[in-house]
Design a protein around this ligand. Structure first.
Ligand SMILES: Cc1ncc(C[n+]2csc(CCO)c2C)c(N)n1
Length: 222
């Protein structure tokens, strides 16, 4: 049987579920999340996005084909030209100025996660890097879908976090998630059991670091 993205998730089901269904996510869905926790998360996510832009630049460097190079460039462009601008204006709505964002120190959870991804890409190949990026690329879309499947989730103006859910349920975002899964499925179908085992380590590490990122938000830790 060729390996598929689903098999990466199965290899660390407990961690994957702990990430997707984290209390931060549940509280965001039922509108009970403390605004201070969300603001702390938003600030660190700004720093996270900057480092992820660097990871897409690294993906460009690690691209063996024109098609991979184009895909990495699109990812970098999406973060730098669209997502960071959106994030900055969204932060403004939550009372966080651009000046404040520019001066923030990185929380340890942000440092650990982003540098782990960059190091994995540096020492490995493009597949290692994509696997390290995939909990981020796939998880948030899954989180939006999971929230929408729950009776507890409040949508619309009675939930101050509605726009966050709306962003990750959007067609644009869900399409990007599917494209990432397809890219991974094509490559995973070709790998040996030993290579797959290496990749499950990376996937599980990155998933655990996503859990820590939610914890950092909830506890407002630095
Ligand atoms: C901690 C954390 N993890 C994942 C995302 C979601 N995300 C960030 S960059 C990116 C790629 C899209 O261009 C996606 C899906 C986030 N914002 N913060």
């Amino acid at each position: 049987m060729p390996y598929q993205f689903e098999d990466l998730k199965k290899s660390c089901q407990t961690e994957w579920q702990a990430y997707i269904e984290h209390s931060f996510v549940q509280q965001l869905g039922n509108a009970s999340l403390a605004p201070e926790a969300f603001q702390h998360y938003l600030k660190q996510d700004y720093l996270f996005l900057i480092q992820f832009a660097r990871a897409f630049a690294l993906a460009a460097y690690k691209s063996p084909t024109l098609s991979d190079l184009r895909q990495a460039k699109e990812g970098l462009q999406a973060i730098v030209d669209v997502e960071l601008d959106l994030h900055i204006s969204y932060c403004k709505e939550w009372g966080i100025s651009e000046q404040e964002l520019a001066e923030l120190p990185e929380a340890r959870a942000t440092l650990a996660y982003t540098r782990y991804v960059l190091d994995t890409g540096n020492r490995g190949d493009l597949l290692d890097l994509h696997v390290a990026l995939s909990p981020c690329m796939v998880g948030y879309g899954e989180i939006a879908n999971w929230l929408n499947s729950r009776a507890e989730t409040i949508r619309g103006e009675n939930n101050p976090y509605d726009a966050w859910i709306a962003m990750y349920e959007s067609d644009e975002f869900q399409d990007a998630m599917q494209a990432e899964i397809s890219w991974l499925n094509e490559r995973l179908a070709e790998v040996s059991p030993a290579r797959f085992k290496e990749l499950t380590r990376i996937f599980s590490d990155a998933t655990r670091l996503e859990i820590d990122f939610w914890e950092m938000g909830l506890k407002q830790s630095d």
